[in-house]
Design a protein around this ligand. Structure first.
Ligand code: NIG
Ligand code: FE
Length: 425
C-alpha cells in the first residue's frame, strides 16, 4: 500500500540535516539539551505552514508541490526568535562606548544623566518616520542572520507622547512585513529629567498616564487586530526602579491586559525575580546577578529565564548569567541579543548564541533551543520554533551541512537563506 499524496506549495528537498526540538512548548532543565537531527530530509509547506517534515526518501515522493527547492545538502533549522530587543531608538552611544573603555561604568553614566537618558533625548527629537528609518536596517541585519520574529520595546520616550510615538514606530516596523514584531511597553526604563530625581512621581505618571495611553494605542493597532498582546516591562535596578516600583508598574500593565516581563538582576539582586514570578511574568531577563535561590525559583516556575550574553561581552567583563546553574535548577533558558545602543549594540543572534556556548557553557543544542522554542515561549507564541507539521514555515538554511556551524564560527554570517511564513526573503 502506498501512502496518500501530500499537496504542497513548496517542497524543500535534499536537506543535509533537518534540526528541530522534540515535544511541545518550552524545554526546561536537562530536556533543553534534546534536539532531533534528521539526515537527508525534506520538508513540505502549504499556505505558509509546514505540512510534513522527515526523511526525504519516504517523504519527497509523496509530495505534489508547485515548487521544489534543492537545499544541496545544507542544514535547515527553525527561524530564530529574538525575544528581547530595544531595536527602535534614534542615534547611537558610540561616545559612551569609548568612555567605558576608559573605565567609566555603565550604571554611573546613567546616574549622571547619560546612557538611556542620552538615547531618550535623541529619540524624543526624532519623528516616527525617522525612528522607523533608523530601525529598518537593524531589523534587516537581524533577519539576515536568521531572525524571523523579534520583540521590540519602547522605553526611550519616557513621556506619554514620546512613548506612544515609539509604539507607533514599532507598529510601523511590523507593517514593513520584514519580520514578525512583538511589542512591549517599557516606560519604566529610567526616570526622565523633568521629574528630576523624583522616581516615585514618575512611577505614578507611568501608571496613571503613560501605560493607559500605550494600552489605547495598542488596542487600535495592527497588533491587536492580529491577536498579538502588548508586553509590559520595567528595569528593576538600583539606578532605575525598586522592586516595589517595578511591581506596581507590572501590576498596572497587567490590569490593562498587558503581559508582564522584567529586566532584573543585571547588576544587583534586589528581589525582582520573586516579585515578577508572583505576578506570573512570562520571562525574567538579564539575571547576571541572580542568586541560587532565585535560580531555583525560576526553575520551579513556568517563566522563561532570558539571558543576554552580548551584554556582558560588550562590557568586556565575565559577569555572564549562570545559564548552567539555571538549567540545573530546571529553568528554561532563552537567549536574546538585547540589541540597544548602550549595553548591547549586537545585531546577530547567532553571535549571542556563540558567546553563550563559550562563556555560559551551553551546548549547541541548548543554545538553539534557547533561541527558538524557549524564545517563542518567552513571547507566548506556540505556532513557531519547531520544524514539524502545523508550525509556521519560518526556517533558516545554513551555508554548512552540519547545523552546529550556526554557533561554531563567529564574525561572519552562518545563515545562507531565511524563509518566513513559507517564503524566502
Ligand atoms: O537591557 N538595562 C536596561 N536596559 C537595556 C539597556 C538600555 C540602554 O542602555 O540603552 C538592557 O541592557
Ligand atoms: Fe534590555
Amino acid at each position: 500500500m502506498t501512502a496518500a499524496p501530500i499537496a504542497a506549495d513548496v517542497l524543500i528537498d535534499n536537506i543535509g540535516q533537518l534540526v528541530s526540538a522534540p515535544g511541545l512548548g518550552a524545554l526546561r532543565g536537562s530536556a533543553q539539551a534534546n534536539i532531533t537531527v534528521t539526515a537527508d530530509a525534506a520538508l513540505a509547506i502549504r499556505a505558509g505552514v509546514i505540512v510534513a517534515a522527515g526523511p526525504a526518501d519516504a517523504l519527497a515522493p509523496r509530495v505534489r508541490a508547485q515548487t521544489r527547492i534543492d537545499a544541496e545538502g545544507r542544514a535547515v533549522c527553525p527561524g530564530l526568535i529574538d525575544c528581547h530587543t530595544h531595536l527602535v531608538y534614534a542615534g547611537d552611544r558610540v561616545g559612551e562606548f569609548e568612555q567605558r573603555l576608559q573605565g567609566a561604568r555603565y550604571i554611573d553614566i546613567l546616574a549622571a544623566g547619560g546612557g538611556i537618558l542620552h538615547t531618550m533625548r535623541q529619540t524624543r527629537a526624532a519623528s516616527v518616520e525617522a525612528l522607523v528609518a533608523q530601525a529598518r536596517p537593524r531589523l534587516l541585519a537581524l533577519r539576515e542572520s536568521g531572525v524571523t520574529t523579534v520583540e521590540v520595546k519602547t522605553g526611550y520616550g519616557l513621556d506619554r507622547a514620546s512613548e506612544v510615538a515609539m509604539f507607533e514606530a514599532i507598529a510601523a516596523l511590523d507593517a514593513l512585513d520584514l519580520c514578525d514584531v512583538i511589542p512591549t511597553a517599557l516606560p519604566a526604563h529610567a526616570t526622565p529629567p523633568e521629574f528630576r530625581a523624583e522616581r516615585e512621581r514618575y512611577v505614578e505618571a507611568v501608571i496613571d498616564d503613560i501605560l493607559p495611553a500605550l494600552a489605547e494605542a495598542h488596542a487600535r493597532s495592527r497588533f491587536a487586530a492580529r491577536g498579538r498582546a502588548l508586553g509590559v516591562d520595567a528595569f528593576c535596578e538600583r539606578e532605575a526602579f525598586s522592586v516595589e516600583q517595578s511591581r506596581r508598574v507590572l501590576a498596572a500593565g497587567r490590569r490593562l491586559g498587558m503581559i508582564p516581563t522584567l529586566h532584573t538582576d543585571q547588576f544587583y539582586a534586589l528581589g525582582g525575580i520573586e516579585m515578577a514570578l508572583a505576578l506570573g511574568a512570562r520571562s525574567c531577563d538579564h539575571l547576571e546577578a541572580a542568586a541560587p535561590e532565585d535560580r531555583a525559583r525560576l526553575g520551579a516556575s513556568a517563566s522563561i529565564a532570558v539571558v543576554l550574553p552580548a551584554c556582558a561581552f560588550n562590557f568586556g567583563n565575565t559577569a555572564f548569567a549562570d545559564a548552567r546553574g539555571l538549567l540545573a535548577a530546571g529553568a528554561a533558558v532563552a537567549i536574546a541579543t538585547d540589541h540597544n545602543p548602550g549595553s548591547s549594540p549586537c545585531l546577530s543572534l547567532p553571535l549571542a548564541m556563540a558567546i553563550a556556548c563559550r562563556y555560559q557553557r551551553l551546548t549547541p543544542a541548548e543554545a538553539l533551543n534557547a533561541a527558538t522554542v524557549n524564545a517563542a515561549a518567552a513571547l507566548g507564541l506556540s505556532d513557531r520554533g519547531r520544524l514539524m507539521a502545523g508550525q509556521r514555515a519560518d526556517l533558516i538554511m545554513l551555508h554548512a551541512s552540519d547545523w552546529r556551524h550556526l554557533v561554531y564560527g563567529f564574525g561572519g554570517n552562518p545563515v545562507a537563506r531565511v524563509m518566513r511564513a513559507g517564503r524566502f526573503v
